[in-house]
Design a protein around this ligand. Sequence first.
Ligand SMILES: Cc1cc2nc3c(=O)[nH]c(=O)nc-3n(C[C@H](O)[C@H](O)[C@H](O)COP(=O)(O)OP(=O)(O)OC[C@H]3O[C@@H](n4cnc5c(N)ncnc54)[C@H](O)[C@@H]3O)c2cc1C
Length: 454
Amino acid sequence: MQRNVAGFLNAMVGLDVVTGQEVAERFERDESHCPPQRPVAVVFAHTESDVMRVFQAASDWKVPVTPSGARTGKCGAAIAAKDGVLLSFEKMNAILSIDVEDMTATAQPGVVLKDLYAAVEKVGLFYPPDPNSWETCSLGGNVACNAGGPSALKYGVTGQYVLQMNWVLPDGRFIRVGRRTFKGVAGYDLTHLFVGSEGTLGVATEIVLKLLPTPRAVRTALFSFSSLRSAIEAGRQIFALGVLPRALELFDDVAVRAVRPHIDAVGLSAGAQAALIVELDGGSDDALLDELSRCVRATDPLETTVAGDQGQRAKIWNVRQSLSAALRRLHGLKISEDIVLPRSKVLTGIERFKAAGLAADLTVATYGHLGDGNLHTNVCFASETDRPRVESFVARMMEEVISLGGTVSGEHGIGLSKRAFLLSELGRAQYEVQRELRDFFDPSQISNWGKVFR
Ligand SMILES: Cc1cc2nc3c(=O)[nH]c(=O)nc-3n(C[C@H](O)[C@H](O)[C@H](O)COP(=O)(O)OP(=O)(O)OC[C@H]3O[C@@H](n4cnc5c(N)ncnc54)[C@H](O)[C@@H]3O)c2cc1C
């Protein structure tokens, strides 16, 4: 059967559907640099049965459906297919329950992460995944991209907290995968096949999350260094002390320059060419202060600022959160990647990208999660006419990442923007098996078709 949008829209009568100008303005792009694409309609799901109905009709009328969370994604994964519709989860945003004794939370996919944090904190529990977009991104998007953040070093990424999901398959069938218990190995682990699938294997309609006890103390510090090498070496020294920080965030010289006006407010040495945010958490403040002093002695920074209260801690993290915008203010345009390198290759990688940038007359800034090697490498440029040249530069950089044993995405996903690199990273045999798996779940080419694979 041919694609039939009119037939699909007829089948949607009674559901919450918008078309026209509102669709164009709010739903044609996400936070990536991918070209916009206007969906023919947006269907807002209110219930699980709405979602099943959308996929059943989409299968009948062969209309591609792109799931949509809060649209903060950075790889174009939530951009509609041509002549396709969006299925928005923003109105399925209830926190259904928090079970203190079982240490679980059950939530709908449209819940904004900051609301989940607030609800969980209220009962003294802790949900660790902390993407920097936590004030706006949704849980469904986090699950679909397997989002991570600074605390992934110690606590891991979203997938490590997903116990069970209600899942609607691309043909509209409903299944429940996983279990509410913290352990369980019966059957294939479909939960963790679906986590990170970027909407290509169906959608989550309810998610049960594992929670942890809240650490009683947190200490955050900003260390400044005279060179990138000494900052990276400092990270190594901290691990060598037997300390596993909750976060270990790196700023290179370009990043330091970009945030310098904000950084002065939190006290960073005038000579700093690199910086680290070191955050520790645990049972007692005294023990953390003692560990921080040991870290300072072992790493010998130019200057150290230890946040004395929540306000100062927030100021340090604001510097980190303002980085992307600060780089844009300094350089105009940028393509930001989220590569991962083995820890032993981080310095080599960053130095190679900088040197290649210099040779190509491009500024390369690198910052991000030094602790797990997940780096935001930003290639900065001034004019749109440079974009094709910058894209070729990024493609060469990705080949280098793969040859160093790294990966092209640590947290943002593949979506549209990194499809070109996936074959290189996975190799032909695995790439084909993964594509066959997608085809098995979605033979009618419905669920976020065109993403991840070309
Ligand atoms: C300022 C900023 C900072 C960021 N920092 C981080 C960071 O630190 N770490 C990080 O990991 N990411 C980060 N991101 C990227 C982004 O916030 C994450 O990828 C986030 O998980 C996307 O969530 P979303 O709700 O916006 O999803 P969307 O962008 O709407 O969608 C993302 C993907 O999820 C799919 N999807 C949405 N809902 C469902 C569902 N219910 N079932 C199945 N698939 C679904 C979509 O189809 C798409 O493939 C950042 C983005 C910005 C703008």
